[in-house]
Structure formats: C-alpha cells, structure tokens
Ligand binder design. Structure first.
Ligand code: PMP
Length: 408
C-alpha cells in the first residue's frame, strides 16, 4: 500500500502465514472479525502467566496488578475515542451487548406510547432488532431514515422523521453492508435539536478511522474489540457522563454496588455501575493493547489504507458486467464492498473462492431488511484491514472466474 508498511504489519500476524488447502490464506473477512497481532496475544499470555486474579476487590498483589491494568485499559480506550475519562467507558462483550445495555437500562425505563425511536434502513440487527423489540415492549414507535439509490442516508428525510416525539436516534456510523460513511455528527445535531439522544453504532467505524465522540457529540457510541485487532469478548459502550449518571443499571450483582442491605442497594460510581460481576479481564486489558497497536500505526493512516483498498476493489469489481455492487462509489466508502456475481449464489461464490484460499463473507451480514430492500436474499462481502494488499484483491477477482466457469 502507499499508506502503510503492510509487509512489516503482516509480520505481526502469524495467522497470515497459514495456508488454506494448498493456497496461501487471503483473509478478506475483516468486517466480521479482524486477525490478532502478536502484541495483543502476548498481552493475554502475560496476564495469565503473571497476574491472573479477580479485579476490584483483592488486597493481594496479583489482584492489585490486574485491577490497575483493567482500570487503566478504560483510560486507554477513553483517550482513543476522545472521551473525558474512564467514567464514560463501560466495557462490554461486544457492540450488541452495548446496544442492549442502553435499550434495557434507558429504553425500558424511559420510553412509552407516543415516543419514537428513529433508526436507519441500513442498521445492523444489533441495533435494529434491539430497538424494534424495545419498541414493542414499551409501545414506542420505530421509524427508519430511508437510504438513497446510491446507498446513502437521506438526511432531508431524517429532518422530517426526527420530531419532538423522538427520544432516541440510533445510526450506524459505517454500514457493514454498503460501506457508506454516515454523517453521524449532522444526525446527532438534528436529534439534539429535538432533545433526543443519539446512539452511534461504531462497530465498523472505530476500527477503521479516527472517531472522536466530542466531534460527533453523540450520547452513546458502541464498538467491538474483535474487529480492531482485539480479542473476542471485548468491546465498549461510551456514554456521556451525565447521561450514564441518570441511567439505571442494566445488570445487578457484585461490583456494581456500594452498599447493600437486605432491603436495598446503592450503585457504584461510573463506569463500574454498569459492569456487574467479574468482567472479561484479560480481554479488556488486551483491548487496550489493540488500541495501542492501532495508535502506533495511526488511525488516519488506517483510514487512508482502508479507503484505498475499497476503491481498488470497487474498481476491479466494476470491470465486470456480471457483478452488481451495493453502496456508494468506490472513492466514497469505507473498507468493504458487498456485491453479487450474476447467477451464482453468494454462498456458492464464497465456497468456490475458499478453494483459492480466499475468505469472504456471504449472507445477509445481519442486515436482512436492507437486503430485502436491495432485492436480494444475500450478498458476498470482501472487507479489508491494515494487512491487506491489492494483490490479495486480485486473487479474489481471479478466483471468481472459477465460479463463472463452474456455473456457466
Ligand atoms: N454493528 C455493525 C455495523 C456490525 O458490523 C456488527 C458486526 N457485524 C455489529 C454491530 C455487531 O457486532 P458484535 O457481533 O461484535 O456485537
């Protein structure tokens, strides 16, 4: 790449040396899960070899060390997204849990008939299903900001849809199907004009571009560690301190309390009020290691690399008349491209390119209503990260020829 020293980066990822069948692995499923660099794996190993202990409650040395590392991991993540401090960063298992945390802790308590939740037509099921079901439980209506023919958010329509009845606006920052980068700061502004809260699904944006919660001014931001060089079981919910202070806890139990009697309990300070029970300790510490790793590279360079990969993939796929690509043009998208090869089901395509060592995703990518709207049941998706090269995209393009021949 022109932006990153990809050869040096690849050295950090042992899995990239493996073969699939007899072919070198070409890993283009980063939108689902990214690979994990040695630095992050080493952090986990170091934890289990040297200071594995429960956090928050121990007096002994190991517990002290684990507690400090786990708490400081919150500071690292807070700084990464421009939050004020650890009070504003709740560690979760993933984006989905962060969405549900707010839906249950805030939504169930605050929403009722006459209230409106505004989503977009390109939401991932993590937010779509969650808010849809909270709507059913509370009687609040769910509305969807439509997308344009090019797969962008219709911001004019958003201005009409978001009203004084709107209580929550939840928008995906980068669509995991269309690659669209949504104007989340603008949408947040509109939400705030109507005293609604704004929730940004950063699952695809935080790993791939600089994201600053102050610039967006969102009330919530959610993301997953496993898409940004971190381990599965790690993720975070950012919330504005004053908003989190007002919110009821989501899970009750140990560590989230200060005083408990048989009759009543009081809640711990932020963010621990929302982290009941023993958390994912090594995962949280390793999430901070992933952040350090990405910051060493520089998120702006990550973004430029992602965009360059997406543009190249878009251009190469556009060479063929029998390929339909979804979402905006190549020079205006984040690092993923979903498409269909005429007359070959996406699942067959993924299976055939797998024979050439190429890992892509096929299915609805947890955006079924969006696929319905696009008029297809499934699509193939290639998604890129810091270790991918143009040559790997060429391997995908060549492998697709095998599918053409098989299904001709
Ligand atoms: N939102 C978006 C936009 C995503 O791409 C994903 C992951 N596919 C999620 C939410 C859910 O992430 P997780 O499965 O880690 O909770």
């Amino acid at each position: 790449s022109d932006v990153l020293d990809v050869a040096a980066i690849r050295e950090d990822f042992p899995v990239l040396d493996r073969e699939v069948g007899d072919e070198p692995l070409v890993y283009l499923d980063n939108g689902a899960t990214s690979q994990t660099p040695k630095q992050v794996v080493d952090t986990i190993v170091d934890y289990y070899y040297n200071y594995n202990a429960n956090v928050h409650r121990g007096i002994h040395q190991l517990s002290q060390e684990a507690s400090i590392a786990y708490e400081e991991a919150h500071d690292t993540v807070a700084e990464f997204i421009g939050a004020d401090g650890r009070e504003e960063v709740v560690f979760t298992k993933n984006t989905t849990e962060a969405e549900n945390l707010v839906a249950y802790a805030w939504g169930l308590n605050e929403l009722g008939p006459g209230d409106e939740i505004v989503l977009t037509e390109m939401e991932h099921h993590a937010s779509l299903v969650t808010w849809q079901q909270i709507g059913k439980k509370t009687g609040a209506d769910v509305k969807y900001i439509p997308i344009t023919d090019q797969g962008r958010l219709d911001v004019d329509a958003a201005r009409e849809l978001i009203t004084d009845d709107t209580e929550m606006v939840s928008v995906v920052h980068v669509s995991n199907t269309l690659g669209t980068v949504n104007p989340v700061a603008e949408i947040t502004d509109i939400a705030h004009e109507h005293d609604a809260l704004s929730f940004v699904d950063g699952a695809q944006s935080v790993p791939t571009r600089p994201v600053d919660v102050k610039e967006i001014d969102c009330d919530f931001l959610a993301f997953s560690g496993h898409k940004m060089c971190g381990p599965t079981g790690s993720g975070a919910l950012y919330g504005k301190e004053e908003v989190l202070e007002e919110m009821e806890p989501y899970l009750y139990g140990g560590d989230m309390i200060t005083k408990v009697t048989y009759e009543d309990s009081t809640w711990n300070e932020l963010p621990w009020k929302f982290e009941a029970g023993t958390p994912s300790i090594s995962e949280g510490i390793a999430l901070a290691a992933a952040v350090d790793y990405l910051e060493d590279i520089g998120m702006d360079r990550v973004r430029r690399h992602e965009e360059a990969m997406a543009e190249y993939a878009y251009d190469r796929l556009s060479e063929f008349d029998d390929i339909e690509i979804y979402g905006p043009p190549g020079d205006d998208r984040s690092g993923l491209v979903a498409f269909n090869l005429e007359s070959v089901h996406a699942h067959d395509l993924a299976s055939i390119v797998n024979d050439s060592g190429v890992a892509i995703r096929a299915g609805d990518h947890c955006t079924q209503p969006l696929h319905d709207k696009l008029g297809v049941a499934a699509s193939a998706r290639a998604s890129f990260y810091i270790y991918n090269t143009r040559e790997e995209i060429d391997v995908l393009i060549e492998a697709m020829d095998d599918a053409r021949q098989l299904f001709a």
